[in-house]
Design a protein around this ligand. Structure first.
Ligand code: AMP
Ligand code: MG
Length: 485
C-alpha cells in the first residue's frame, strides 16, 4: 500500500559502505498515540489515510516503495571518536513533495548492523519528548527535524526500569551528519567525494556547478555558517541541546537528536541537564565554542578535497573555520537586539555590550527566569521583574529606555521584532516531565494539552502554568535529562 509517500532512494545510490539494508522488527500490538496532522499536510500526505496506520508507523507493514536501510557514520562522543551508525533508525526513503525532499525515518524500530550492544528500541517517553520539543522548535522558527507520529509498540523494554517502547517517525531535510563525513574520510577519497557531492546536491545545489577547488571549500563555509546561526538561535531562546557530539550535528543546519535536551528556566550560563554529561561539556555557555569544535572535525574530514598539498588544505580549512565566530556573533547580536527591541544593537560599541552584559548580570543575580524576563520587557510588565526594586537596575532600565528611543526604527517594527524573538511559552521541564510520566501510564490528556500550548508559543493568553515561570514547588534545581537510549 502506498499511503501517499512518494519515495525515491537517493541515499541508497551512494556506495554500499554508507548503508546496510535492514528490515524493521515486528512490533507486537502497535498503536498510534500521536500524529502530526499539520506536518502531514505540509508533506502533501493524505492525513486521514495515515493517521491511524500503526502498521506503517511501526514498520510492521511497509509499502513496497519503501527500501529500508540503516546509515553508517562515526562520531566524536564527548571528544572521543567512535564507529556508530544507525543503531535504532531506519531510513525508509526520501519522500518527494512538489518542491522538497525529506528523509523519512523510523526511530526505535529494532536492531541494525550498527546496534552494537543495543536492542534498537526506544523508551516511549523519550520519543514523546522528541515530538514535543522538536514541534516547539519548528513553531518558533528554528530549523529542526520534525516528528510525524509516535506509536506505542505494545511491548515493554528493560532499562533501569521496565518501560513501554515507542517508535517515532522522523522527518528531516537529511540525516547527513558531521560524523557521516568523519566516516567517509576514513573509507576512501572516492567515497568522500561521493558523499560531499551528494550533500551539496541535496542542500546547496547552487554550488554543484563550481570548480572543485571552490565547491568543497564553499560547501564547508556554508555548513559552518548554518550551524553557527543555528546555535545562536538556541542561545537566544535558552535551548540546551545536551549532546553536541559530531554524530548529532546535521549538515543541513537542522537541530538533530533530541535525547537529553531541555530549556533553561532560571538564567545561569552554566546550566546543563544531561545525566551523562558529568563534566558539563555541553552546558549552555559552551554550546557556541563546542559548535566550532565540531565543525573543526568536519574541516579535518573534508581536507583531502580542498587543495593539493596537505599544508595548503589545512590552511584553507582553518580560514573557513575562523569565520565561525563572525557568523555566530552576527546572528546572536541581531537576535539579542530583537530581544531587547534595539534593532541597531552594535557590539562594536562598548555602550551596547555593557547594556546587554549588565542585564544578564542582573538576571543571574536575581535568578530571573530567562524566558519571562525578556517577554516581560516586551510586554512592559516591568514590575514583574524580580530585580525591579534594585536601584542599580532602575539605573540600567533608564539607560535601556534611552537607548531604545535613540534608534530610528518605528515602534511597530520594534514590537514585531521583540515579539518574534521572545516567546511567551517554552516547554518547561516540569510540565514536560509530568506529561510524560502520565503518558507512560497511558494518560495522554496532559501531553495533548501541552502540545496545544507548543503550537502557540507567542500566545500570552495561554496563561497560568504554561506561560508562568515554575513556582517553588515545580522548580527543580537538580532536574536531569536522559539520553533515552
Ligand atoms: P545518541 O546518543 O542518541 O546520539 O546515539 C548514539 C549512538 O547510539 C547512535 O549510533 C545510536 O544509533 C546508538 N543507539 C542509541 N540507542 C540505541 C539502542 N537502544 N540500540 C542500539 N543503538 C542505539
Ligand atoms: Mg544521535
Amino acid at each position: 500500500m502506498y499511503k501517499g509517500f512518494n519515495f525515491t532512494h537517493d541515499y541508497k545510490a551512494l556506495p554500499r559502505t554508507f548503508w546496510s539494508p535492514y528490515e524493521p522488527e515486528e512490533s507486537e500490538a502497535p498503536k498510534v498515540v500521536l500524529f502530526n496532522n499539520h506536518l502531514a499536510r505540509l508533506l502533501e500526505l493524505d492525513e486521514h489515510a495515515l493517521e491511524d496506520d500503526a502498521e506503517f508507523f511501526s514498520g510492521n507493514r511497509l509499502p513496497e516503495s519503501a527500501e529500508p536501510i540503516a546509515q553508517a557514520y562515526m562520531g566524536h562522543q564527548f571528544g572521543t571518536l567512535n564507529m556508530l551508525g544507525d543503531g535504532r533508525n531506519v531510513l525508509l526513503g526520501e519522500h518527494n513533495t512538489d518542491s522538497e525532499k525529506y528523509d523519512v525515518v523510523l526511530k526505535g524500530s529494532g536492531a541494525t548492523k550498527y546496534s552494537r550492544q543495543g536492542d534498537g528500541r526506544a523508551p516511549i517517553d523519550s520519543m514523546l519528548r522528541e515530538y514535543i520539543i522538536s514541534e516547539y522548535m519548528a513553531n518558533i522558527g528554528i530549523a529542526t527535524t520534525r516528528a510525524l507520529a509516535v506509536v506505542d509498540t505494545g511491548e515493554q523494554l528493560t532499562r533501569q526500569i521496565t518501560t513501554p517502547s515507542g517508535i517515532l517517525t522522523r522527518i528531516a531535510a537529511s540525516h547527513i551528519r558531521v560524523g557521516t563525513f568523519e566516516y567517509a574520510a576514513r573509507q576512501s577519497k572516492e567515497d568522500l567525494i561521493e558523499l560531499a557531492d551528494f550533500a551539496i546536491e541535496r542542500h546547496y545545489p547552487y554550488l554543484s556547478a563550481l570548480e572543485e577547488d571552490k565547491k568543497y571549500l564553499l560547501f564547508y563555509d556554508h555548513v559552518v555558517r548554518k550551524q553557527a546561526e543555528l546555535i545562536a538561535q538556541w542561545q537566544a531562546v535558552g535551548f540546551i541541546h545536551g549532546v553536541m557530539n559530531t554524530d548529532n550535528i546535521s549538515i543541513s543546519g537542522e537541530t538533530l537528536d533530541y535525547g537529553p535536551c531541555a530549556f533553561m528556566d532560571v538564567y545561569n550560563p552554566d546550566t546543563f541537564f544531561s545525566s551523562i554529561d558529568t563534566g558539563g561539556r555541553y552546558r549552555y555557555k559552551n554550546q557556541p565554542p563546542i559548535g566550532q569544535w565540531d565543525l573543526g572535525k568536519l574541516g579535518e574530514a573534508l581536507c583531502p578535497l580542498f587543495k593539493s598539498s596537505e599544508e595548503e588544505a589545512v590552511q584553507a580549512a582553518q580560514t573557513v573555520l575562523d569565520k565561525y565566530p563572525q557568523y555566530y556573533n552576527r546572528k546572536y547580536i541581531s537576535l539579542t537586539g530583537d530581544k531587547l527591541g534595539i534593532l541597531d544593537l552594535d557590539y562594536e560599541a562598548q555602550y551596547d555590550v555593557q547594556l546587554v552584559d549588565d542585564l544578564l548580570r542582573f538576571m543571574f543575580k536575581y535568578e530571573a527566569d530567562y524566558t519571562r524576563t525578556f517577554r516581560d520587557l516586551y510586554l512592559t510588565n516591568y514590575d514583574k521583574l524580580p530585580m525591579f526594586n534594585d536601584s542599580d537596575f532602575i539605573n540600567w532600565f533608564e539607560q535601556y529606555q534611552a537607548r531604545k528611543k535613540a534608534q530610528s526604527a518605528k515602534k511597530e517594527e520594534i514590537d514585531i521584532a521583540m515579539n518574534a524573538a521572545n516567546p511567551s511559552f517554552i516547554p518547561r521541564n516540569h510540565l514536560v516531565q509530568k506529561s510524560l510520566d502520565l503518558a507512560v501510564e497511558g494518560h495522554y490528556g496532559e501531553l495533548k494539552q501541552l502540545l496545544k500550548a507548543v503550537s502557540k508559543p507567542f500566545n500570552d493568553k495561554l496563561g497560568g502554568k504554561y506561560t508562568d515561570a515554575p513556582g517553588e514547588d515545580d522548580a527543580d534545581p537538580n532536574f536531569k535529562t536522559y539520553c533515552g537510549t
